[in-house]
Ligand binder design. Structure first.
Ligand code: ZN
Length: 347
């Protein structure tokens, strides 16, 4: 039995634009073992769609440097990124997503109905997401262009500061209550996204920013790829009051598979069991209810547990949830239906 699943977060576009030699869209379509996700393996695994992130990387750093950033920055925030630099990389990733759609690899979905139609047509359903709003100017002019291109989900910050707000640093044994809340431009961005029907993603945002979004937005609160702070006390994970606020809003949290956000010791080592992922899911179900939990892998952006490795490992996680005693209905909700319901309520 293959259970179809929808993934709340991947960095595959960033992985693909760093391809040297050959068109990155061909790699995605024909198979690219260096990435956690490509089209043939997504189909095999039962992945029917997901949020495709455009994460503007730090300048003059390779992806491996970015992955090593937690160790290098030692709890401090990485430097801010200039608007022009973020525009260049975000545009490159958006262009790649648009080319992937034109070549038939996926469909950029602008609402929940479009996701359902793409799934029915056996076409990968992509939500156009930016992880860090650095490419958007503070007058929000470029928000209009991105929206017209298909943007439907905005992570206000990655783990750094920008013109809109402040993210949490990569630090273990720390609370997300670090730094100031949203700027005036950040508040404008939240209101504009609410009006346009663009989802706001709270993963990476600090506690004061989270409270600001909760106060301003009328939509369900969402963290696409974050885990439970009570199990792994990393600043990237959600503390009890955040989970309660998400539940109250009818929101969703996607389980992040990054070992550093799963393990109680916060270590980024592949020797991390699926049982720990099940523990986070159980705690999320307890905190959020059966409609509030989904998947948010962080594929192509983080170190995965050895048993998962890449998109083909997700069925093992779903089987582990069944083995844990979650009924098939609940596992199907976590795998797909809860993201669909959230998109229905938000876009
Ligand atoms: Zn992330």
């Amino acid at each position: 039995m293959t259970i179809p699943f929808f993934d709340g977060h991947n960095d595959t576009l960033l992985k693909l634009i760093e391809v040297q030699g050959g068109a990155p869209e061909r790699k995605f379509i024909d198979g690219y073992p260096a990435a956690h996700i490509d089209l043939p393996r997504a189909k095999t695994a039962g992945m029917v769609g997901g949020f495709f992130a455009m994460f503007p990387p730090p300048i003059k750093q390779s992806l491996s440097d970015v992955a090593a950033a937690p160790a290098k920055t030692e709890g401090k925030l990485p430097p801010q990124l200039a608007w022009a630099d973020a525009q260049a990389s975000t545009t490159a990733m958006a262009a790649l997503l648009l080319r992937l759609e034109r070549q038939g690899a996926l469909t950029i979905c602008r609402d929940a109905d479009a996701v359902r139609a793409a799934i029915a047509a056996e076409r990968l359903a992509a939500i156009f997401h930016i992880e860090g709003a650095e490419a958007i100017d503070t007058e929000l002019q470029s928000l209009e262009l991105l929206y017209a291109a298909g943007l439907r989900s905005v992570g206000i910050t990655w783990s750094r500061q920008n013109a809109f707000g402040t993210g949490v640093p990569f630090v273990h044994n720390a609370d997300p209550d670090i730094g100031d809340g949203l700027t005036e431009a950040g508040k404008r961005l939240v209101r504009a996204c609410d009006e346009m029907g663009v989802m706001i993603d709270l993963s990476h945002l600090n506690a004061k920013g989270f409270r600001d979004v909760a106060a301003l937005s009328s939509k369900p609160l969402v963290a696409t790829h974050s885990n439970v702070h009570a199990i792994c006390p990393h600043a990237r994970n959600l503390v009890d009051w955040q989970l309660a606020a998400i539940r109250e809003s009818g929101g969703v949290v996607g389980l992040n598979y990054a070992t550093g956000f799963l393990r109680p010791d916060g270590k980024m080592v592949p020797d991390t069991g699926i049982d720990l992922m099940v523990r986070h899911v159980a705690a999320l179900v307890e905190a959020l209810g059966e409609d509030g939990v989904a998947l948010g892998s962080d594929f192509d952006g983080a170190m995965m547990p050895a048993e998962i490795r890449n998109v083909t490992g997700v069925p093992k996680l779903l089987q582990a949830l069944l083995d844990h005693g979650f009924g098939e209905d609940l596992v199907r909700k976590i795998a797909l239906d809860n993201w669909l319901g959230l998109l229905e309520r938000t876009l």
